[in-house]
Design a protein around this ligand. Structure first.
Ligand code: NAD
Length: 234
């Protein structure tokens, strides 16, 4: 039987890479973007249904989940970052609301369907789950929170048969890192510190996501796994 995954933030960037990897491996995917423009711009792929979703809005989440009957996997990729602006308390709160509260909102909304199917959750942490980011205090706090949330839900939901893990991507080539990649002075220290000396690709995150959703990882829960070319190890 075809398995279905919901990938938030799945209409571009890392989420789109995850969605494509899942589809290539026989899954069907509901991929979401925060705006109608982003969803319309997402390339059409067989096996992928693209929908608008705002993870900060319970009504939006409820409306999307009402369309889904069976769910085997949830991948929370929706996320924002406001580099240099997160000392403004409203922006700090917004980043935490999307990245951390939004992840919890999706996990809660999908729990019962995942418990019924013996499914799994993959959250998106970050290298900034492990260390701080002076330009992004809200983002760092939210991603530290995602790591701890992942461990907490793994413990709470293991008896229900729902595994909960997180991926901590390193520097990945997406719109979120476009400004850094366009600026040689900012790119150089990033690549200099990354042992593999290059940007990661969204599909490389997808390869871990599909393993964490599959039965091949049946005894793995509560982990936060880097996909970062060695960055966090240095
Ligand atoms: P991106 O900006 O390309 O994509 C972000 C996605 O989140 C988009 O699909 C967008 O529609 C969605 N989104 C934003 N606000 C939302 C909301 N309120 N409700 C629902 N969806 C919303 O970024 P990306 O690089 O693909 O990042 C994906 C995830 O990976 C994020 O959680 C990000 O923090 C994380 N991450 C990225 C990198 C990197 O180097 N690119 C590194 C570590 C972690």
């Amino acid at each position: 039987m075809t398995k279905t995954a919901l990938v938030t933030g799945g209409t571009r960037g890392i989420g789109f890479g995850v969605a494509k990897t899942l589809i290539a491996n026989g899954w069907s995917v509901v991929a979401t973007g925060v705006s109608a423009e982003e969803v319309a711009a997402c390339p059409a792929i067989d096996g992928m249904q693209a929908e608008v979703l705002d993870v900060t809005d319970q009504a939006s989440v409820d409306a999307l989940l009402a369309q889904i009957d069976d769910l085997n996997g949830l991948v929370n990729c929706a996320g924002i970052l406001m580099r240099g602006a997160e000392y403004d308390i409203d922006k700090f709160q917004k980043v935490v609301d999307v990245n951390l509260v939004g992840t919890m909102r999706m996990c809660l909304g999908c729990h019962d369907m995942l418990a019924a199917s013996g499914g799994a959750i993959v959250n998106t942490a970050s290298m900034l789950s492990f260390f701080g980011g002076p330009l992004v205090p809200g983002y760092s706090a939210s991603k530290g929170g995602v790591a701890q949330l992942t461990k907490s839900l793994a413990g709470k939901w293991a008896p229900d048969g729902v595994r909960v893990n997180a991926i901590a991507p390193g520097w990945i080539e997406t719109e979120m890192t476009e400004g850094l990649r366009a600026d040689a002075a900012r790119e150089a220290p990033i690549l200099g510190r990354t042992p593999m000396g290059r940007w990661g690709q969204p599909g490389e995150v997808g390869e871990l996501a599909i393993w964490l959703l599959s039965d091949n990882s049946s005894f793995v829960t509560g982990t936060v796994m880097p996909v970062d070319g060695g960055y966090a190890a240095m």
